[in-house]
Design a protein around this ligand. Structure first.
Ligand code: SF4
Length: 380
């Protein structure tokens, strides 16, 4: 049983980590680049693009610090869900669990403008999500116009045609991140018959084309023993995967709470990843596991914000609340939304030491806090 003083010390440490996370976050972004450079050493064309990108990133960090000095919290990461549409129907899909209105999804002009504003504010990464982003025929044209921004493109891989891969080879600032659940059985069970074989085919094609790409693995209690292992990481690394996103399953679908991993499983996953960093050079992100290093959940503008396919600004894809729409207001104003500020100011809501997604787990508390503070809409 922890003594009072120990709890006090721990709370103090978490508070300090919560408040002093920005330099650490920027240092992590710097580390992503140095790892990227190490990976790109054998690819001169990529090395050149990466060094140019890094130049832009340093300016972006400065811009965020400047705006921070003016009291505006600008996160380095924007998660942009460009569509709810998808060519698959995966079990437990968080996008389908959302009730994003039937309002028309963002137009190409909207998306172009949002990215332009994000660049002006000093955001470094725009994660392209969905639904399946590649169902949008205009997407690659739009991102090609923003060579200073880095776009991790989260895709189920099924629409990565040879023609698309050819196009992506010329866009070094766009990094395909294909979704996989484990081996053939795990992947096809959740995503549908034949998906695993198709994804592996695309992975081999990108590796053969000397592209930089990654994999996104949704970690749940069913596939944990398979994916949270050095063997699994090694098998993908050997096939050219150079970025690993381990995303913990969030039970947005009622009745799937048993699929959430436990705090001890999370610790095991983080230690497997730490060991893999030494043996298999790549970029590793554990979501939300890594957030503890930054004093807790990075949503609500601390590390990232989410824009849903209708333009609603949300604290996080797993937190179905929105109180403003970037179609009606600038991104800068949206970042000052009472909803985001209320959540940031109540950082105990962002404490994830008990595992799982804190905002999802505390959604009723969030609701009680924002009731009367701002007029908001639930999107899930
Ligand atoms: S590919 Fe993604 S968005 Fe599409 S159904 Fe599967 S989990 Fe949902």
């Amino acid at each position: 049983m922890m003594a009072g003083s120990q709890i006090e010390k721990m709370t103090q440490e978490r508070q300090e980590a919560f408040e002093s996370y920005v330099p650490q976050m920027n240092a992590s972004i710097g580390k992503i680049f140095s790892t990227g450079m190490r990976i790109a050493v054998s690819r001169p064309r990529l090395l050149y693009s990466l060094s140019k990108l890094y130049g832009h990133q340093r300016k972006a960090m400065k811009r965020r610090e400047e705006l921070g000095g003016e009291g505006l919290v600008v996160p380095p990461v924007l998660i942009l869900s460009v569509t709810k549409r998808c060519n698959l129907r995966c079990k437990g899909c968080y996008a389908h669990a959302h009730t994003w209105g039937t309002q028309e999804e963002l137009s190409g002009e909207d998306i172009d403008d949002i990215i332009f504003q994000a660049e002006q504010l000093g955001m470094s990464f725009t994660i392209l999500a969905g639904g399946e982003p590649l169902v949008r025929k205009d997407l690659l044209k739009i991102v090609a116009r923003h060579p200073r921004m880095i776009f991790p493109l989260f895709t189920n891989g099924m629409l990565l045609s040879d023609e698309k891969l050819e196009r992506l080879r010329d866009l070094p600032h766009v990094v395909p991140i294909v979704s996989i659940e484990g081996d053939r059985c795990e992947t096809d069970m959740r995503r549908g018959e034949g998906v695993y074989a198709s994804v592996m085919e695309k992975i081999d094609a990108m590796n053969k084309a000397n592209m930089v790409f990654g994999a996104s693995i949704t970690v749940n209690s069913h596939n944990f023993e398979q994916v949270a292992t050095p063997e699994f990481i090694s098998s993908l690394h050997d096939r050219g995967v150079k970025a690993f996103f381990f995303v913990e399953y969030v039970p947005m679908d009622r009745g799937t709470e048993h699929l959430e991993i436990s705090p001890s499983q999370r610790m095991r996953l983080l230690s497997v990843i730490d060991r893999a960093k030494a043996t298999h050079p790549a970029i590793y992100v554990a979501f939300p596991g890594d957030e503890a290093r930054f004093g807790g959940c990075l949503s609500s503008g601390r590390g990232f914000v989410h824009i849903n396919p209708n333009g609603g600004l949300e604290p996080c894809p797993a937190a179905p609340f929105t109180d403003c729409n970037v179609r009606d207001t600038s991104l800068r104003e949206a970042l000052m939304s009472p909803l985001l500020k209320t959540i940031r100011d109540n950082h105990e809501l962002l404490d994830e030491s008990d595992g799982g997604c804190s905002l999802w787990r505390n959604r009723d508390t969030v609701r009680s806090l924002i009731d009367g503070t701002t007029s908001y809409q639930m999107t899930g």
